[in-house]
Write a protein that binds this ligand. Structure first.
Ligand code: URA
Ligand code: SF4
Length: 282
């Protein structure tokens, strides 16, 4: 992280903490304080403390420092609190989260966006798709996956017998468009990760599909290549996660169409076995 990014992060974190931030805390309070102290100390591990902790896989992140242990414990408290929420309360919290995202200035991507793109879809979806970050069409509409990649993703959704309006929730790792669609930087993904972490637990998908490498890394913690692990199962806070390729990448590399179809069938079969969703098995 360069000096300017660190300064920005320290200032916005301090301001959020002092003002109470997004209602009920954006990230566990102890974790944020620990994180900020580490930032002020210039600790190299500071950013790792804010990454949502994958449960099954051990990425090595968030291990080894007292602050990280503190953040992890606070995260577990958060999980317990989410588990008790009613559907109506989850709906309300999700709206508050979306409003917080729309006015968020936690990372420098806020400076270049037209509209932030919190995500869209139903509560308790069968599948949650997590992409990378908004592109041009998403930045101007405020909605996820509405451009060419989105239209292609729509085909994937219908191919496994689902309807976007009834069965799916779609969001991204970063909620604001990176300039020229570059990859989000680790500090940007980390700044935005607490939103995703809350979002998953409020939305409660049955299964998650990550789209592309960035989303796969964030939610599985794996450092392996996507060509090796796509279509296999990971777990995030007890929820199955199946990585696949990013629709934009598949549009550019048609040789990945077949592997994506195999990955979609993995998810479809899991849904048939675990939810009774009446899509035909393939
Ligand atoms: N690509 C993404 O990763 N997300 C979108 O919302 C659109 C394109
Ligand atoms: Fe906030 Fe995420 Fe947008 Fe950064 S990308 S400003 S953290 S909503």
């Amino acid at each position: 992280m360069n000096q300017l990014d660190r300064m920005y992060r320290i200032l916005t974190d301090s301001r959020d903490l002092l003002s109470g931030g997004y209602p009920r805390s954006h990230e566990p309070l102890q974790g944020r304080v620990a994180h900020l102290i580490q930032e002020l100390d210039g600790g190299e591990h500071a950013r790792e403390a804010s990454v949502p902790v994958p449960v099954q896989t051990s990425s090595g992140a968030s291990q080894g420092t007292a602050a990280a242990a503190f953040a992890e414990e606070a995260q577990m408290d958060e999980d317990r609190r989410f588990a008790r929420l009613s559907r109506d309360e989850r709906k309300e919290r999700l709206s508050a989260l979306e409003a917080a995202v729309r006015s968020c200035e936690r990372c420098p991507l806020s400076l270049g966006r037209t509209l932030a793109v919190p995500g869209a879809g139903v509560l308790d979806p069968l599948v949650m798709f997590v992409g990378e970050g908004p592109g041009r069409d998403e930045d101007t509409s405020g909605l996820p996956f509405v451009g060419a990649a989105g239209q292609y993703l729509d085909k994937w959704i219908t191919a496994i017998g689902l309807e976007r309006d009834r069965h799916v929730y779609i969001t991204n790792i970063v909620k604001c468009r990176p300039p020229d669609n570059r990859d989000p930087r680790p500090e940007e993904s980390d700044a935005c990760a607490p939103y995703l972490c809350d979002q998953i637990q409020l939305v409660r998908p049955r299964i998650i599909m990550t789209l592309g490498r960035i989303s796969m890394r964030m939610l599985t913690g794996t450092t392996k290549g996507i060509t090796r692990v796509h279509g296999t199962f990971f777990t995030w806070h007890g929820i199955p996660v199946v990585p696949t390729f990013h629709p934009s990448a598949v549009l550019r590399n048609p040789q990945w169409k077949r592997p994506v179809w195999e990955d979609l069938k993995v998810v479809r079969n899991w849904l048939v076995d675990n939810t009774g969703h009446a899509a035909s098995r393939g």
